[in-house]
Write a protein that binds this ligand. Structure first.
Ligand SMILES: N[C@@H](CCC(=O)N[C@@H](CS)C(=O)NCC(=O)O)C(=O)O
Length: 341
């Protein structure tokens, strides 16, 4: 039942270096509907795995922006089978809105004989059941900038115009060395390749740690898209990247700045309440049988530290800018107790 394709439907690893290919379906859902997909409340369904760092970006954005009622959510089983992501967590093994058992069915409706892999995050058009986009780099930017008419009152500006150059530059470094760096280390098939990737991960983390020593967030004094993208990797760091992906020069809990930074975000409404450590650990340790042949899921690390005081508020910062925090999680979207610290 295990799959072992490197954690990216369109990605590959093997004898050559791990490569992450570009998303295949790049249509955008926009305010003016330029690609044929206008922003409309209730029309689309976001399909995620809570295990997946790329999909988790969208989970956080959707919560911060208050899009839960406008953009519904399907959560896939963290363990894929040979047909990839499946809705076995839902009654009858079917997504209750799309009526499908596998995400691949939405891909097939969009394009028959699609040669690439099936990946999350994905946004599906509910009336036709067709996949619209699996472009994980674009999805959250569009939620922030194109879905504004449906944002909640008090929603933050996650991609402020005046700071986009800086946000983009930070995100590029974070993507290359951290978000994707841990995958390059984890799926390396040669010593040199692994060492180079692992070195990049920790070199960048040291730089980020220095940057975050005196400022609460990565860019400016508010939470931006850059923080969301760093968060989704850091929150998985000790649980899976340190052991499973061998990024083990140090644990996040051993870096006082980054550990406080990520706890601060974790405790901010919209971040930690989307995280399911049970899904994260089971997915990585059970699915990647090439690097963990027994499929044994470790018991640790102890997650209780996530809720301890971080003192980052002493640095100032205005988490939501002129806005406000999101309200509580919808009852039907709460992470089960076994996945929470
Ligand atoms: N679509 C992107 C990024 C999204 C991605 O890698 N998602 C993973 C989960 S973390 C996925 O769905 N992989 C497909 C699979 O494991 O079947 C890519 O292929 O690089």
């Amino acid at each position: 039942m295990s799959r072992d394709d490197g954690g990216g439907g369109n990605s590959s690893y093997g004898r050559k270096a791990f490569t992450r290919s570009k998303a295949h379906f790049k249509d955008r859902i926009t305010a003016d509907g330029g690609d044929g997909w206008p922003v409309e409340p209730g029309r689309y369904r976001l399909v995620v795995s809570r295990a997946c760092p790329w999909a988790s970006r969208a989970l956080v954005s959707r919560r911060l922006l208050g899009l839960q009622d406008a953009l519904s959510l399907a959560v896939a089983d963290p363990i894929q089978d040979d047909r990839s992501w499946r809705f076995t967590l839902d009654p009858g093994g079917r997504d209750p809105v799309l009526g499908i058992r596998y995400l691949s069915e939405a891909y097939d409706r969009r394009e028959t004989d699609y040669p690439g892999g099936v990946s999350v995050p994905a946004i599906v058009d509910v009336p036709t059941g067709k996949l619209v986009t699996n472009d994980y780099q674009r999805i959250t930017l569009d939620l922030a900038t194109e879905w504004t008419a449906l944002h909640r009152e008090g929603a933050p500006d996650l991609y402020p115009k005046e700071r986009r150059d800086e946000i983009d530059a930070v995100m590029e470094d974070v993507f290359r060395d951290v978000n994707n760096g841990v995958y390059r280390a984890g799926f390396a098939t040669g010593q040199e390749e692994y060492e180079a990737a692992c070195t990049d991960v920790f070199r960048r983390l040291e730089l980020l740690s220095r940057r975050l020593e005196g400022q609460r967030y990565l860019v400016g004094d508010t939470i931006t898209e850059a923080d969301i993208r760093l968060f989704t990797t850091l929150v998985r760091f000790d649980a899976v990247y340190h052991g499973h992906f061998k990024c083990n020069r140090w644990k996040l809990t051993e870096n006082p700045v980054l550990w406080a930074y990520v706890r601060d975000l974790f405790q901010t409404p919209g971040f930690g309440d989307t995280v399911d450590f049970d899904h994260i650990k089971r997915h990585y340790y059970q699915v990647h049988t090439g690097i963990n042949p027994t499929g044994i899921v470790p018991l640790g690390p102890d997650p209780s530290g996530w809720l301890t005081p971080h003192h980052r508020e002493e640095l100032g910062g205005r988490p939501f800018g002129d806005g406000t925090p999101p309200g509580p999680v919808r009852a039907d979207e709460e992470v089960p107790a076994r996945g929470r610290p």
